[in-house]
Design a protein around this ligand. Sequence first.
Ligand code: 16G
Ligand code: ZN
Length: 535
Amino acid sequence: MAQWQEVSEKSKLHPKPVGLVLQYGTAGFRTNADHLDHVMFRMGLLATLRSINTKAIIGVMVTASHNPEEDNGVKLIDPMGEMLTPAWEVYATQLANAEQDHLITVLKDLVQKESIDLTNQEAEVFVGRDTRSSSARLSDAVLDGVTALDGRSKDYGLVTTPQLHYMVCCCNTRGGYGKASVEGYYSKLSQAFIQLTKSAPNRTDDQKCLLVDGANGIGALKLREMEPYLQGALKVSLFCDGTGGKLNHQCGADFVKVQQNSPKGIVMKAGERCCSFDGDADRIVYYYSDDHGRFHLLDGDKIATLISTFLKELLTKAGLDLKIAVVQTAYANGSSTRYLEDTMKSLSHFVIVRCAKTGVKHLHHVAQEFDIGVYFEANGHGTVLFSKAAEEKIQQLCDDSEGERQGAATLLKNSVDLINQTVGDAISDMLLIEAILAIKGMTVQQWDAIYTDLPNRQLKVKVSDRRVIDTKDAERKTVSPAGLQEAIDRLVERHQDGRSFVRPSGTEDVVRVYSEAATQESADALGHEVSLAVY
Ligand code: 16G
Ligand code: ZN
């Protein structure tokens, strides 16, 4: 077939370094940008086939998120704006690793396995990229791949990862989710935010101010673009906005979370609200400095607690009987889980708490089981999902009720519109948090005081083969190597409020160790002891 000939010819312009092996990891491919040209071309091919296969638009985002500027990567987006289905991750890895003269065979195999009919089939792929210097040429390679298979493409250029997820979802739902343009995104979110904060009339100008660390990346660029749409309802003081510093360097959500400190060079006044995005704006953490200059981090667990409490209170006021769940991972601080399971119940704010494996796709999947699923990783990646039935009930109540019930239903409706349900979104999450704090008249300190984090530690251990570690129970227990779990159990017992787990990383060649306990010394000691048991 002429088509294969063309693919074969074009692929020679994007040659694979012989012997290079890469894995479609937890969130796509990620490595030094110099090794990715062939991967990008081939992901263009894969996205085109996936588009034919699903009869829908597929997204390809060129980014390496919080990694250093020198790296790059690619994430594929499925029809409803969710992450690529795991079965196709396997094809992605096979395609990326096929040596040059084997590429067409691998492609033909895929086409046969998925019964893809290449004749007269339309395919469309949306492409976006972050601000890395390598991203423009790499996204051109993706576009080349799409063209090689006669697919249509739309290049959205510089967008955040969640914006591209939003575009894909908008188009595949024929506008049902919103208008598929960055302006459509800004308008939808801004309108919802303005409506929500209208219900907080006593909000002072001081409360409207927020310090935002844009990680010197795409999030900063896009937030600046969005500001006029917010019509002064939120005043943002943007730093690490890409005008001076380097992407993700000593700034951004990952830096702040890992260092448990503010971005370098930032002066925070006591009690001032600050937040940090990551390099592609799909993660966010909040923080502030107290009167003694002590740094306080409000991570994904604190965010999930704030959002779920807010939604649960509204459901109660609206008299809506919808099941709400909070989905966490093993990394969730023990205090947050205890708060959600016990304290909220004692306040008659019952929420279901579930644990999923690390990686957004796993949390997303579990959250889909409920009427309302709030999911967040401790690192600040998360969002809220509403079932179709839940959205309809909320809408109906807005139309049919009055008084307090209608007020609560309207707030719920505006929250639905403000949330990017396709994936965690730093801009959307930030606006939701700001709206909740405004409506509740809550300071960042009051939010922080909902519960106190248990001191914790994260370590990495280099082992010869991390795959010997196998886990169960959403990574909270190990099943192999034999005896490891028993050893961890014995160590944990010696520490008050002790908890620890180990898991092989999905993005680095290391084993991760997490520990928490009543004091920092104890958490550190436990982490060290467990690391020795792994080694
Ligand atoms: C990826 C995941 C992130 C997860 C991290 C774990 C997405 C979009 N990103 O960055 O959610 O926390 O991997 O990395 O799913 P690890 O397996 O190396 O600990
Ligand atoms: Zn990211």
